[in-house]
Design a protein around this ligand. Structure first.
Ligand code: GLU
Length: 385
């Protein structure tokens, strides 16, 4: 294994990190109590990372686990036996305890935490995705740690434990993070289920995920909160395919994040990212997956700017038409009506019409909101000619 491909070196090269925390770590001894001591130590680790310039996003479970008592759900009741409405109600009680735990811990270190509740479909929907991405990035720009969970109280799908493994990767893809760390009670992938097979060997480094690794992960073990190795492997497949490293380790170790960075953690599994240009992958996705909902005609000056890799500003826009919302894909046309590219519009049709041809600094006066300077950001654009 080359030096470049260790958990420590991956973290050394990480600028934006998503850390997922399982319910078992967040919940204390009592049913409705957080493990404040653990969260405090975690916040201390995050502070250290932030001091080295790394931005950290937390995805934390625990909402349902901490709301059990209020809803009269016994500790011994397996998650799958709790009716959906009760899980949703439990999460509405427990989420307060979860966020309050992080709020308290981060305040100890002079850091603000910001609660963000997402639903999976939001991360699939372009408009929501843009909004959520902007919110998370704005929090980070202000030195605030986003603490994300799924918005279980309103989720329409059955709440699946292990969803937060998936959610944390979605968040990482949405904000362009470099790595994801999954903290739970498992220290990584084994060749077999280590609880059943004492011969099972730990796999510390996975360069290329294969069917063999998927088989090793087996079926999800129905525990208090974890989706088992299977949901983690699925998360790893999705992460590594999109150029994001994924690390699994046992979060029960005190100061686990710090230990991971200092190569002092007992065990971890690193799923190494496949080499992809993240922006190119995003552009490919735009080109392949979206039906344009509108058309934007640009002048020759804007065309030249786009050729030079710039974003599309309202000032270079001659005409907009179609039926699009913020986050929809639109086609970019030159003055002769030829398609020159595609991109995700930061404004809906109505607003785009109002700001068309205007200077970006006038957007606030025209729309009454402080929106983005560009109609289409260069990272959200596929330029063809
Ligand atoms: N969102 C769930 C909760 O806060 C947890 C889902 C998971 O553990 O993956 O309880």
């Amino acid at each position: 294994m080359s030096d470049r491909k260790t958990t420590t070196s991956v973290l050394e090269n990480t600028k934006l990190l998503v850390v997922k925390i399982g319910s078992v770590l967040v919940r204390g001894k009592k049913l409705d109590e957080v493990n404040q001591e653990w969260i405090n130590a975690f916040a201390q680790d995050v502070k250290k990372l932030m001091q080295t310039g790394i931005k950290v996003v937390v995805v934390s479970s625990g909402g349902i686990a901490l709301g059990r008592k209020a809803l009269g759900i016994k500790a011994s009741t397996p998650p799958n036996d709790i009716p959906l409405a009760k899980k949703q109600a439990a999460s509405s009680v427990g989420q307060y305890y979860v966020f309050n735990g992080y709020h308290k811990a981060f305040s100890k270190y002079g850091i603000n935490a910001g609660q963000v509740l997402l639903t999976m479909s939001e991360t699939e929907n372009r408009r929501m995705n843009l909004n959520a991405r902007d919110t998370i990035l704005t929090l980070l720009d202000h030195g605030i740690v986003p603490v994300i969970n799924e918005n279980d109280t309103v989720s329409t799908e059955e709440i699946q434990f292990g969803d937060n493994d998936r959610l944390s990767v979605r968040v990482a893809q949405m904000i362009g993070a470099d790595s994801v760390v999954l903290l739970s009670t498992t220290d990584g992938l084994y060749t077999n289920n280590p609880d059943i097979n004492p011969q099972a060997e730990h796999v510390p480094f996975i360069e290329q995920l294969s069917d063999e690794h998927v088989k090793m992960a087996g079926e999800a073990v129905p525990g208090l909160s974890t989706g088992g190795m299977k949901s983690k492997i699925k998360a790893a497949i999705s992460a590594t395919k999109t150029g994001i490293h994924l690390i699994i380790t046992d979060g029960r170790e005190v100061n686990v994040l710090e230990n991971l960075c200092a190569n002092k953690t007992k065990r971890s599994s690193l799923f190494y990212a496949q080499t992809v240009d993240k922006i190119a992958a995003r552009k490919m996705w735009i080109g392949a997956h979206m039906q344009p909902k509108g058309f934007v005609t640009i002048d020759d000056g804007a065309l030249k700017a786009l050729r030079n890799g710039k974003s599309l500003l309202p000032i270079g826009i001659k005409k907009v038409r179609g039926e699009f919302k913020r986050g929809d894909v639109v086609e970019i046309l030159d003055m002769t009506g030829n398609r020159v590219g595609m991109g995700i519009s930061a404004y809906n049709l109505y607003d785009a019409q109002l700001i068309c041809g205007c200077n970006s600094k006038d957007i606030v006066r025209i729309l009454g909101i402080i929106g983005s300077d560009e109609l289409i950001h260069r990272n959200d654009m596929v330029f063809e000619r």
